[in-house]
Design a protein around this ligand. Structure first.
Ligand code: SF4
Length: 361
């Protein structure tokens, strides 16, 4: 007798899972980047996620089990920091609720909070199906109060977004609003005035401002995507963020941004340290066998690869510094650290027999 086949759920279309994020909602988060978006924002930071599918017809998507297997690895950090999981993209609300809702239910069973970073340009039925399972909607506003300009910059009329904001407010969903300050595009007096009025009209008096970065342009070029270059420098981007925050505050809206609020410490180096830095930069790439032996020890003894990347990198460095040989030359106060040199690659030692005697001083 043939086994009875159960209808399988559609698989979720992800292009990246990023662990230990601190920009996508409160605390430490695991961010899931979903494919597909109706908008084409000129400044989209993830252009590789706009298309609903890759060019490979064999792309099979991810199951809820496969995603959970990665997400729960960071559960202790998420719980400890008041973080959770953020659905991002692309536009996560375009995913099929028959698969997305079971994922959200599983996350809640694990006591993991869920935030959704969204433009809200998605069918209202899909957003309505997700809303009861979402702890926080992070709504990315683009252009407010000028539908033509919105369409020019994103290639979509904002009517659906307005409708969904209304629907979520009626459903008493928890909303927070964000906006990327793109110099010459979103940071105008007009846009900020209209956004401030809109925020007050929906009972909000704060907004998170995000700094514009142009790194995606290089990524798009490598992937052969037709993304226009905006020719915005980092200095212009920071100035727009500062100006935008001041304009919002003048209008009684509390604008906050990790790029402005975090204390900035400017290191002051002596001439001698600057000379050493220059020598390190200019020296040829090399491999430090002592460092590879210690790194291997760290990963074997302390199971580093099971931890989130920033954690195992920090622990690995601490391990290296605790165990590294130091040679202090007469008159030197600075202890040289070979690992600061740009290396050709990480070299992993397999066993003691692989370590040349010359590397054990
Ligand atoms: S809504 Fe987000 S993912 Fe979609 S094009 Fe705009 S920035 Fe990119």
């Amino acid at each position: 007798m043939l086994p009875q086949l159960l209808p399988s759920r559609p698989r979720l279309s992800l292009f990246k899972i990023q662990r230990s994020c601190v920009y996508d909602g409160p605390g430490v988060r695991t961010t899931l980047f979903f494919r597909g978006c109706n908008l084409r924002c000129l400044w989209c930071q993830n252009p590789e996620g706009q298309s609903p599918s890759t060019d490979t017809a064999l792309e099979r998507g991810s199951s809820v089990d496969e995603i959970m297997e990665v997400v729960v690895r960071d559960r202790p950090y998420q719980l400890e920091s008041g973080g959770g999981v953020t659905l991002s993209g692309g536009e996560p609300c375009l995913q099929d609720p028959r698969s997305l809702v079971p994922l959200l239910e599983r996350l809640h069973r694990e006591r993991i909070e869920v935030a959704v970073e969204t433009s809200l340009d998605a069918p209202p039925e899909r957003i309505g199906a997700l809303a009861p399972h979402v702890d926080l909607f992070l709504v990315d506003l683009k252009v407010v109060g000028d539908d033509e300009l919105h369409e020019k910059y994103t290639r979509r009329d904002p009517a659906l977004i307005h409708r969904n904001i209304k629907g979520l407010r009626q459903a008493k969903a928890r909303l927070a609003f964000r906006m990327v300050m793109v110099p010459g595009f979103t940071d105008s007096q007009r846009n900020i005035e209209a956004t401030s009025r809109f925020l007050r009209s929906v009972g909000h008096d704060s907004i998170e401002l995000l700094r514009y970065f142009s790194l995606y342009e290089e990524k798009a070029r490598r992937l052969g995507l037709k993304t226009p270059a905006l020719h915005i420098t980092p200095e212009q981007s920071l100035a727009a963020l500062e100006r935008g925050a001041a304009r919002f505050r003048q209008r009684g809206i509390a604008a906050h941004s990790v790029d402005l609020d975090a204390p900035r410490h400017r290191a002051v180096f002596t001439r001698r340290v600057r000379d050493i830095q220059r020598d390190i930069r200019e020296s040829p790439r090399a491999i430090c066998l002592e460092s590879s032996r210690l790194k291997t020890d760290y990963y074997q003894k302390l199971r580093g690869f099971e931890k989130p990347t920033p954690i195992h990198r920090a622990e690995r460095l601490a391990y290296l510094l605790r165990h590294k040989e130091t040679i202090i030359y007469p008159g030197e106060l600075l202890v040289g650290n070979f690992t600061a040199k740009r290396v050709a690659a990480h070299a992993w030692r397999r066993s003691d027999r692989d370590t040349p005697r010359s590397s054990r001083a």
